[in-house]
Design a protein around this ligand. Structure first.
Ligand SMILES: Cc1ncc(COP(=O)(O)O)c(C=O)c1O
Length: 474
């Protein structure tokens, strides 16, 4: 409720602190998705101070606030120079991976106005943001199966999926779900031979791979045929959220990502991003983080993250019920099992203070547990392995959680379009979702979702989100 009279700042901060008590920890390496902790208080302070300095600046108009051009040029130039480009490489600072990807798809679509039914080709492991881009932009998304053993895109299958409507081919470096780098060079070169541009989704890995301290498969703008690349600074750039960079091989493609509108009587609109008015805090926070860490800071974090990953992989090989899927190229690891219920393992790990992300089966790829290891994970990896071992043991004792067939039948046959949020919320206890006692166990929910086709999952997830933001689930 809006208070009648303003409240004192101490009271507001106390309420925020109380509200955050149920949140996952953002520091310390026990949350192995969502957050990227540099472990460096000096770096956090630099980011915070710069963010606050630019808090009130509006990124809408770079002629009104030239400071944003100054910062964006520096950020884009610094990132491009390490990713096969130079200080002159055209780029756009965006709010995150999804916005970078939407703009990459828009640029590819608008660069080929003669194609009236545009499509993009993605491997099945490509991030969901490409499906979102297709949905928002009216571009068809053609998903091509990946190699079932390596989880990497299959170059021959990707290239043979190209048609005269194809405006873009997509590869990941690495993919989020399995942490493997697609055969970028092969796919980009073959696409270029057919006149099709290639986007590298390096959102998660672009600012990690150069700092691992080991040779990596080629993935950046120097690879012939690569026409755009997205790299998030709010992931392995360790910057505050709201920070990504989209790089282009040429400035005509960058212009195709831009939007201008003179079709109304107000101020002239020229946008480089989806957002129009926007805070300059994230740009300043990313700039300050890059400057405060420097190349040596990133190299040290990258090497620690890599050492933590090798330690995790070695440790997992001694847990008989778990195995690593594929051969991770970076510090993202997917764990599989043919003997224990991974969704139960995730709940057990969470009860022991570690958040490990469940991933549903999809397109013939098995369900898995995801871990992203960062610089601070090196200090947490022994505890992580101990928790994994205990959680697997507990899951073995508990046995698998089955999705009740009658519930699946009911969910598949329900007409969700006639059900309001209150009725949907009332259904949730049937799958064990009860928020009254804090975080509910998710194994049953995940088992149910896993057993349903992706389109039904999507309908249910949207209903869940709507119910979550309604007053019915508290
Ligand atoms: C490979 C990849 N692409 C895109 C994204 C989307 O990024 P964001 O959540 O910043 O929109 C992610 C996020 O994890 C990712 O890992």
């Amino acid at each position: 409720m809006l208070p009648e009279n303003g409240r004192p700042v101490e009271e507001l901060l106390a309420e925020l602190a109380a509200a955050r008590r149920a949140d996952l920890p953002t520091q310390g390496g026990r949350t192995t998705a969502y957050v990227y902790d540099s472990g460096r208080e000096d770096v956090r302070q630099a980011a915070r101070a710069a963010y606050l300095e630019m808090l009130e600046v509006n990124g809408l108009d770079p002629t009104a606030f030239p400071s944003i051009v100054h910062l964006e040029r520096q950020v884009v130039g610094a990132v491009a120079s390490r990713l096969g480009g130079s200080a002159a490489t055209p780029g756009i600072f965006t709010s995150g991976g999804t916005e970078s990807i939407i703009l990459a798809v828009k640029a590819a679509r608008d660069a080929r106005p003669e194609i009236t039914d545009p499509e993009i080709i993605v491997p099945t492991t490509a991030h969901a943001a490409f499906h979102k881009a297709g949905h928002y932009l009216g571009v068809r998304v053609k998903s091509v199966p990946v190699d079932a053993d390596t989880f990497r895109a299959d170059p021959a299958a990707m290239i043979s999926a190209i048609t005269p409507s194809t405006v873009l081919v997509v590869v990941s470096a690495p993919s989020y779900a399995h942490g493997v780098i697609d055969p970028v060079a092969e796919i980009a070169a073959s696409a270029a031979d057919r006149g099709v541009p290639c986007h590298v989704d390096a959102c998660v890995g672009g600012w990690l791979l150069p700092w691992l301290g080991v040779p990596v498969r080629p993935f950046d703008l120097s690879v012939p045929g690569v026409t755009s690349l997205s790299v998030d600074l709010h992931k392995f750039g360790y910057a505050p959220k709201g920070a990504s960079v989209l790089l282009f091989a040429d400035d005509a493609l960058r212009r195709a990502a831009y939007f201008a509108c003179a079709d109304w009587p107000g101020y002239t609109v020229i946008n480089s991003t989806v957002q129009s008015s926007k805070g300059a805090g994230p740009l300043a926070g990313a700039w300050a983080t890059l400057q405060a860490l420097g190349a040596s800071g990133y190299a040290s974090l990258g090497q620690d993250a890599y050492a933590a990953t090798r330690a995790l992989i070695a440790g997992v090989s001694t847990i008989p019920d778990l195995h690593v899927l594929g051969e991770p190229d970076a510090t993202l690891v997917a764990l599989g099992s043919s003997t224990v219920d991974l969704f139960v393992v995730a709940d057990e790990a969470r009860a022991r203070g570690f958040f490990i992300q469940p991933q549903l089966s999809y397109a013939g790829l098995p369900a898995s547990l995801h871990l992203t290891l960062t610089g601070v994970s090196l200090g947490a990896v022994d505890a992580m392995l101990a928790v994994l071992r205990e959680s697997v043991e507990a899951a073995r004792l508990r046995g698998p959680v089955a999705a009740p067939p009658e519930l699946l039948g009911m969910l598949s046959s329900l007409d969700f379009s006639t059900m309001d949020d209150a009725a949907f919320a009332a259904l949730l206890p049937a799958v064990g979702v009860d928020f009254s006692g804090g975080q509910p166990e998710m194994a049953t929910v995940n088992a149910v979702l896993d057993a349903l086709p992706p389109k039904v999952r999507e309908v249910i997830l949207i209903r869940f989100l709507s119910a979550l933001y309604s007053p019915y689930l508290s």
